[in-house]
Design a protein around this ligand. Structure first.
Ligand code: SF4
Length: 239
């Protein structure tokens, strides 16, 4: 049974959902998202000046591989694995030069290693055969690589300095909903809503701000509204 003030996600984990009545009331009281977005970004930038990608990499191929490995695991775990991996594999061809089982062993600790190894080898083959060994700079080309979805493509483009969309992961989705920047559930629709209100110059930084705020303050189960710098701009605030 759903408790007032809580809800279960597909994994069955209880997450905080503020009661509908006061959220609706707060939405009416607060300025529109287009008016709040400037102060939200300003405050989060001051609160999390260190907000940036937590994956370690050097160069575009390492970035692509690290992001592909980060599915369903933590950035910390990926960094532990890639510290050794990137000493052994330098170019796309290196991932194709070893048997699939060897790459699987090398990335085993990131989980889903068979699927990830297949995707990485497929993507590396496409880089070699269609992109002269270079990582393409557009989301459209990136999503055509095997195993590369829109989120991965957005992260890669943003980190290469050419953000063409807004990364929507679990933290971005949760905070965008709590802050009433979207009413959508689907990541693609959430991204579309965010792209309408977030200034283009902030497309790269914005998801990092929400991710770090989600990790440090706006926890899925216990948001610390009483010490949140966004409390007066957030319709889900319990403060
Ligand atoms: S006030 Fe802050 S911590 Fe609370 S729900 Fe809103 S964003 Fe999250």
């Amino acid at each position: 049974m759903r408790r007032r003030g809580s809800s279960s996600n597909p994994q069955g984990v209880d997450v905080f959902v503020p009661p509908r009545d006061y959220t609706v009331e707060a939405r009416r009281r607060l300025p529109a998202a287009t008016k709040r977005i400037g102060p939200l970004i300003e405050r989060l930038t001051l609160e999390h000046p260190d907000a940036k990608i937590a994956l370690s990499f050097s160069g575009d191929v390492e970035l692509l591989v690290a992001v592909m490995l980060s599915a369903q695991t933590t950035d910390l775990n990926v960094n532990r694995v890639t510290e050794r991996l990137f000493r052994k594999y330098h170019h796309p061809e290196d991932y194709l030069a070893v048997p699939a089982e060897e790459l699987e062993r090398d990335i085993f600790a990131t989980g889903f290693y068979r699927q990830k190894a297949r995707s990485i080898r497929g993507a590396m083959r496409a880089l070699v055969e269609e992109h002269r060994g270079r990582v393409p700079r557009s989301v459209e080309e990136l999503v055509r690589l095997p195993g590369v979805g829109r989120k991965t493509a957005n992260v890669v483009c943003a980190e290469l300095g050419e953000a063409q969309g807004i990364v929507v992961d679990t933290h971005v989705r949760r905070l965008a909903q709590r802050l009433a920047l979207t009413r959508e559930q689907d990541p693609v629709k959430i991204e579309r809503d965010l792209m309408r209100i977030v200034p283009r110059a902030d497309w790269r930084l914005f998801p990092h701000l929400l991710i770090w705020h989600g990790r440090r303050v706006c926890d899925a189960r216990r948001p610390a509204c009483e010490r949140c710098v966004l409390a007066d701009l957030c319709p889900s605030s319990r403060a």
